[in-house]
Write a protein that binds this ligand. Structure first.
Ligand code: UDP
Length: 384
């Protein structure tokens, strides 16, 4: 294999860009990574704040996956500790209940005393609305858990998160959250590996990008035509922005973060509390509960609440692609994807490049596959 002697440009130092850069470097390519932000790590970037608490600057990133190859790849660059993420939802009376919905949640909300998985299944079946082919998030939830649980746990939260009704959202958005009939109280399925980087995500990215063939320049945005100086460009920039929004805008939801400092941290067995009320906030994270996030004991604890908003009201910070039941933004993305096929030297990667609501492991998996195929094609080993 003879990699091009021209450098490769990678736009964006988040997971998509970092995985591409590292894999290219390990296959003999020289790589130039740029990011318009002043730091590496993309939205997974974390830092230790003035309270000695590790805070994920763009909201909680809890790593979970079923993909052994992704785990093996990540473990090359840092140590990880097992962490079972737990979430509770604050109910109108101030009490909390586990999310995902489980036996306890059903008993709390419905005032039942269901003892077994079979009883929970039978009860939920009795309150479920028969809908053969759910066409949106509301129909999916109604057909699985009935109206009471749906309207309490999902309707107000979804309204403030997306500024849309459950009826307008794709079922896939709420299908991210499993439904448990037993006492499982972890946010992600127990069959998944759940783990956190011991030294944080930023240190992990530092290691991924530490390679003699990789140069990183921060605070540098992509400018049209830059790719002419390189053998190829992998970009995680928003694909609609690249094409000057010619087919219309691809919307995103963004989050404003509200940090508060507490001098007491009551014992609680969960790190994230979700809110069912009609106020602007969706959830609050108690960072010190997550392993290795209480970095220095200062007697102060940071809590961060999230207020969703349109990305244009938050400095064009794009967090969540909007997945509607009618797929209208997906259809718009497809137009951009068609346009991108004409660009021989640019590949769009990652959440903003491909307009997908992806978890970290999915970005890593897709990026390993994508860059692996690209390298194989150029070395004459792969299919065209
Ligand atoms: N959701 C909800 N109530 C909750 C938690 C989630 O209605 O208490 C819905 C909401 O629409 C949200 C989606 O489920 O956007 C996915 O939630 P998840 O926690 O996976 O979102 P993320 O962690 O990616 O923000």
């Amino acid at each position: 294999m003879t990699p091009t002697n021209r450098r490769i440009l990678v736009v964006g130092a988040g997971f998509a860009g970092a995985v591409h850069a590292r894999t290219l470097a390990e296959n003999g390519y020289r790589v130039h990574v740029i990011d318009r932000r002043p730091h590496i790590g993309g939205n997974a970037y974390d830092r230790v704040d003035e309270n000695g608490i590790r805070v994920h600057v763009y909201g909680p990133h809890l790593f979970h996956t079923k993909n052994e190859a992704v785990i093996a790849w990540l473990k090359r660059f840092g140590r990880f500790t097992p962490y079972q993420h737990k979430v509770r939802v604050r109910l109108p009376d101030g009490a909390t209940a586990p999310l995902p919905i489980n036996r306890t949640t059903v008993n709390i909300v419905h005032g039942t005393d269901l003892q077994t998985e079979a009883e929970v299944k039978a009860f939920l079946a009795s309150v479920a609305v028969p809908i053969a082919h759910p066409a949106n998030a509301a129909e999916y939830l109604y057909s699985r858990i009935g109206t009471a649980l749906t309207d309490l746990f999902f309707r107000p939260y979804t309204r403030k998160m997306w500024l849309m009704e459950l009826e307008d959202m794709a079922a896939s958005v709420v299908q991210r959250i499993p439904i448990n009939y037993d006492d499982t109280d972890t946010y992600f399925e127990r069959t998944q590996t759940q783990m956190m980087p011991v030294d944080g995500y930023t240190a992990l990215f530092d290691q991924i990008l530490s390679h003699e063939a990789i140069t990183v320049d921060l605070g540098v945005g992509y400018e049209k035509g830059m790719e002419r100086d390189y053998g190829h460009c992998f970009t995680s920039m928003p694909i609609d922005e690249y094409f000057d929004y010619v087919d219309g805008e691809l919307p995103y939801r963004s989050i404003r973060f509200h940090h508060r400092t507490a001098t007491e941290a009551p014992e609680q067995g969960w790190s994230v509390t979700n809110f069912t009320d009609d106020g602007p906030l969706t959830r609050e994270t108690a960072w010190h509960i997550i392993p290795h996030h209480l970095v220095e004991r200062t007697g102060r604890y940071t809590y961060t609440a999230e207020e969703p908003c349109d990305y244009k009201d938050n400095g064009f910070e794009r967090y969540y692609p909007v997945k509607t039941a009618d797929g209208r933004f997906q259809a718009r993305y497809d137009l951009y994807k068609e346009r991108a096929k004409d660009l021989a030297t640019i590949s769009f990667i990652g959440r903003c490049g491909t307009y997908q609501y992806l978890d970290m492991d999915q970005v890593i998996n897709q990026s390993l596959a994508h860059v692996g195929k690209w390298i194989a094609e150029r070395s004459g080993q792969g299919a065209a």
